[in-house]
Design a protein. Sequence first.
Length: 149
Amino acid sequence: MLDQVEALYREVILDHYKNSSHHGELPKAQIKAEGTNPLCGDEMIFYVQLQGDRIDKVRFQGKGCAISQAAASMLAGELEGKSLGQAQQLIQAMKAMMRGEALPAPVTLGELEALAGVRQFPVRVKCAALSWNVVEQGLQQQRGAHGHQ
């Protein structure tokens, strides 16, 4: 049974790596954040288009390993439609999952749960974490620019 679950997770990660519907640029995005993983050279840019306090569209551009690119694709999909507060909760839940901690209620990760297996390979956690660290940085910059805490 565990082998079937791991195979499914690998399939989800490879599918997002090869066929992301969130890859690209958003020229009118209110949030643009970028980052790199200096250990392996992965690069990531996230574009977030807002509609009020809600995330309307998310796109990313990047280069790097399958895990970093798949994590970005999955995160982009999960963020769309969420409030900025919910996005921050999702990022905190991802960090908890990578530390092996219980997820804070009421957050669900959706397809992002496929990345749980990455924590078995500590050197690869930074590959998966790059996308949510970049998005978190962008959200913090947005809050700072608009005087929110």
